[in-house]
Design a protein around this ligand. Structure first.
Ligand SMILES: C[S@@+](CC[C@H](N)C(=O)[O-])C[C@H]1O[C@@H](n2cnc3c(N)ncnc32)[C@H](O)[C@@H]1O
Length: 249
């Protein structure tokens, strides 16, 4: 059996009791380490808490070579852990399909996701979000502007955009870096993004939430990762009031 277990947003205590009990009773525990991270936990700390060894998995382990893990799941109770809620990530949906195609029973144990936490932290209404996008670190000769296309399309329909920020090894994109990249893309097309909301460390005791125009948000110190960005559409009254009260608008 392969069970996908969400670990929530920040540290070892964010997993559900149901999830914890399944982990402690599993034959094998894998931790997916590339789509998101629990920044308030270490692998050693998780192993102590779970009383189980934890095997980290990186992108190629999941997307190219999942065969060994799937083979194991045909006879053993294997759990696949990831930060947030497991299926808020297309790659995990693909893994579940691959498992089910081999006749392996699968299950999901849900947890808090950044996709819903941003609504509580910003006051931006869940039903007003359009398509989300991911912002990658630019590489030599590669500066994709698709995120700007998504943002502009959403803005034209008065929808907010959630912008997931790149994680590469131990490099985490920050809100100021992300705003700088988007401002550069927008300027190149003579467009203007009127407002941003930056959020850091959702789920921790000290999340930071700041709203404002690009220059202001770029100058804010959001502290350690993880960070995420929202480009809000025209605000409803209660959304504006919430941002004024909780995000310094
Ligand atoms: C692809 S999403 C992973 C979604 C995850 N499965 C979930 O449900 O939360 C990962 C991105 O979301 C953002 N993120 C995830 N957790 C966060 C947190 N606790 N605080 C701020 N941003 C976070 C970061 O931008 C990170 O690169």
């Amino acid at each position: 059996m392969l069970t996908f277990i969400g670990l929530g947003l920040f540290d070892k205590t964010d997993v559900s009791e149901k999830g914890l009990s399944r982990i402690r009773n599993a034959d094998r525990v894998y931790l997916e380490c590339y789509t998101s991270r629990l920044m308030g936990a270490t692998r050693e700390g998780l192993e102590q808490y779970y009383r189980r060894p934890v095997t980290p998995l990186y992108r190629s382990d999941v997307e190219q070579d999942p065969d060994a893990m799937l083979e194991e799941a045909t006879t053993k109770d294997v759990v696949f852990l990831c930060a947030g809620d497991p299926m808020v990530s297309t790659t995990h949906a693909d893994l579940r399909i691959r498992a089910a195609s081999r006749g392996i029973p699968t299950a999901i144990i849900h947890a808090a996701s950044i996709a819903s936490a941003v609504c509580g932290l910003s006051g931006l209404q869940n039903y007003r979000f359009g398509k989300s996008c991911s912002l990658p670190f630019p590489q030599k000769n590669w500066f994709p502007t698709t995120p700007l296309d998504v943002i502009l399309a959403n803005l034209s329909q008065r929808l907010h955009t959630l912008v997931y920020l790149d994680i590469q090894d131990d490099r985490y994109m920050t809100v100021p870096e992300a705003v700088a990249l988007l401002e550069e893309m927008a300027a190149a097309r003579k467009e203007k993004i009127p407002l941003y909301v930056g959020i850091a460390r959702a789920g921790s005791d000290e999340p930071v939430v700041r709203a404002g125009p690009g220059e202001l948000v770029r100058a804010c110190d959001f502290g350690p990762p993880l960070h995420i960005l929202i480009v809000p559409a025209e605000l409803h009254d209660m959304e504006r009031e919430y941002l004024e009260m909780f995000a310094g608008l």
